[in-house]
Design a protein around this ligand. Structure first.
Ligand code: TEU
Length: 556
């Protein structure tokens, strides 16, 4: 594997609406991000991925872009963005934007022109088909509910395809003109000094054509998109071309949002000359959800969690690097989801952090994760903003759940959980804004906030800083970045442990339960590199771990 500039980096995701508001309009903005760059540097962050900030009607929180060459006024101006890139550079940090090119907004001029003249140039930028009442080209279900087909505005005899919301028409990647427009835009941003992109929903760009139905899994008669995607061949041609025309010549970092990747595809995706630098490992977040959706409502156990990671690591070997996460803007807060109910505390939060952070790959920290921000919990359905949660609420009701049960399920996965404003301090609105926040602040901000944790050497935040510093320690770096992952005591219930082995042998161990547990270590301990408890009980090779204790040990 060829070494790349980004291999040893720590990444951080900003959800800009909720990060920091500098002008009191209730929405986070670019000057707000700039004012927190030193905070992020101090945390040990090198790469910052920012969710979309382009002009948008915000039907899907900016994942519906109406102009790829500008910044939405809610976030600032293009000059602000250039200033952010420059300020980051001064601190040896890299900015990634979100590349959302499976679809654009129905308010993008391409779609508006397609509606004016579906037979013209821009009609071919989208998937537009003739429409007879009651007929549709195929039975695919949109990710946000209902058919992917929608009547074309102004043309009752035509329909267009949208994999996500109807305000997110899919771009026709089969059309070379569309691809050229995308590459031109990517290069325009990269030439401004951007470090790269996180690439949204990219596997959806290849459709199975001609259209065909797939078996339905629900009463609506529609089929899950995953069936079509598994059947659609040739996405690699588009991805390879995109890479050669954009990321590769700029030596930029590109991380793909790819689901259900197969082992044999990994070299093409993230090998030395892969389409992407890295892809996210979604094994834990997807667990149990793939076929049944949110309403399956099965919570992952610590043992299953561990198996997901080990399975991913075996699959990837040393082909490339996964990007590792415990949460993002589409998922519940990791601590609220992976730690069994009732066991949420600083120790368990730190344990969860250590276990994923030292796994081979690029660690991504999602805003607020570093202080242990939690889910909102159950809130009234009227207060939910997330379109996906509102759709899934209906799916739960259709599946026979009562309103109360449906709300409980939706509250666990509601994408608003991770989208509430960052809790900076214990003042009004958690110090996020002097105005009215666009989305409610989690009421626990008086206990959980950055200011309080910055002065507490035992805080979750302090632990994250120790983790980033440890990963970057010159003598350990090679092992933490490139070392093999070798599971230890893999079959042991509620214990997740693995070696990272290169020139040194590190052992990362987490006791994933509230009860004590003892393990016999495979060798003597040279150094205790990290511990979420003040002490470690070790007698010879017998290690007694307290509830949720996590340690990183250098072995002899
Ligand atoms: O998500 C893509 C995706 O595949 C979704 O299934 C996502 O997991 C789902 O919305 C969760 O309910 C990306 C973005 O991350 C998401 O925020 C956007 O809504 C979506 O693309 C459309 O752009």
């Amino acid at each position: 594997m060829t070494k790349k500039w980004w291999h040893d980096k720590v990444a951080y995701q900003i959800y800009p609406k909720s990060f920091y508001d500098s002008n009191g309009d209730g929405v986070g903005d670019i000057p707000g991000i700039i004012s927190k760059l030193d905070y992020l540097k101090d945390l040990g962050v090198d790469i910052i991925w920012i969710s979309p900030m382009y002009p948008s009607p915000f039907a899907d929180q900016g994942y519906d872009i109406s102009d790829y060459y500008n910044i939405d006024p809610a976030f600032g101006t293009l000059e602000d963005m250039e200033c952010l890139i420059a300020e980051a550079k001064k601190r040896d940090m890299y900015i990634l934007m979100d590349l959302v090119v499976n679809h654009c907004s129905d308010e993008h001029e391409w779609f508006e022109k397609a509606c004016e003249d579906p037979e013209g140039k821009y009609g071919n930028f989208f998937y537009i088909e003739d429409r007879k009442e009651g007929e549709r080209p195929c039975n695919w279900r949109s990710y946000f509910g209902g058919s992917v087909w929608e009547p074309l505005p102004g043309h009752e005899d035509k329909q267009y395809l949208h994999a996500f919301h109807k305000k997110q028409p899919d771009l026709n990647w089969e059309n070379p003109e569309v691809r050229e427009e995308v590459y031109k835009n990517i290069n325009w941003w990269l030439d401004k000094g951007l470090g790269g992109f996180r690439i949204d929903a990219i596997i959806n760009i290849k459709k199975k054509l001609p259209y065909q139905d797939y078996p339905s899994d629900r009463a609506d008669g529609l089929s899950d998109m995953s069936l079509m995607l598994a059947d659609a061949k040739g996405v690699g041609e588009f991805l390879g071309e995109m890479n050669r025309r954009t990321f590769q010549p700029h030596d930029s970092f590109a991380v793909g949002e790819v689901f259900n990747e197969k082992e044999e595809e990994l070299p093409d995706f993230i090998g030395d000359n892969g389409y992407f630098s890295s892809i996210f490992d979604f094994a834990t977040t997807s667990w149990g959800k793939n076929d049944k959706g949110w309403y399956a409502n099965e919570r992952i156990t610590p043992d299953a969690y561990k198996q997901c990671y080990f399975h991913s690591q075996k699959k990837i070997g040393d082909v490339g690097f996964y990007s590792n996460i415990i949460e993002n803007h589409d998922e519940p807060r990791g601590v609220s989801y992976y730690i069994p109910e009732g066991d949420l505390c600083d120790e368990s939060k730190k344990m969860l952090a250590a276990l994923y952070f030292f796994m081979r790959g690029l660690p991504f920290i999602y805003q607020g994760q570093e202080i242990g921000m939690e889910n909102l919990g159950v809130i009234p359905i009227e207060k939910i903003d997330d379109i996906s949660a509102l759709d899934q609420y209906q799916v739960c009701l259709d599946a026979g759940y009562t309103k109360e049960e449906a709300l409980k399920i939706v509250s666990l996965y509601n994408r608003d959980n991770a989208r509430t404003p960052v809790q900076w301090n214990d003042e009004k609105n958690a110090g996020f804004t002097t105005g009215i926040p666009w989305l409610m602040v989690n009421p626990n901000y008086t206990q959980i906030n950055v200011a309080a944790q910055e002065t507490d050497e035992n805080s979750v935040l302090a632990f994250y800083k120790k983790m980033t510093a440890l990963r970057k320690t010159p003598e350990y770096k090679e092992t933490f970045v490139y070392g093999d992952v070798i599971p230890f005591e893999e079959e042991r219930h509620n214990l997740m442990a693995y070696h990272r082995k290169a020139d040194k042998d590190m052992l990362v161990i987490g006791n994933f339960q509230r009860e004590r547990q003892s393990v016999t270590l495979p060798a003597e301990v040279e150094n205790i590199l990290l511990n979420n408890y003040p002490d470690m009980k070790l007698e010879g090779k017998e290690l007694i771990l307290e509830g949720y204790q996590a340690v990183v040990l250098e072995m002899k």
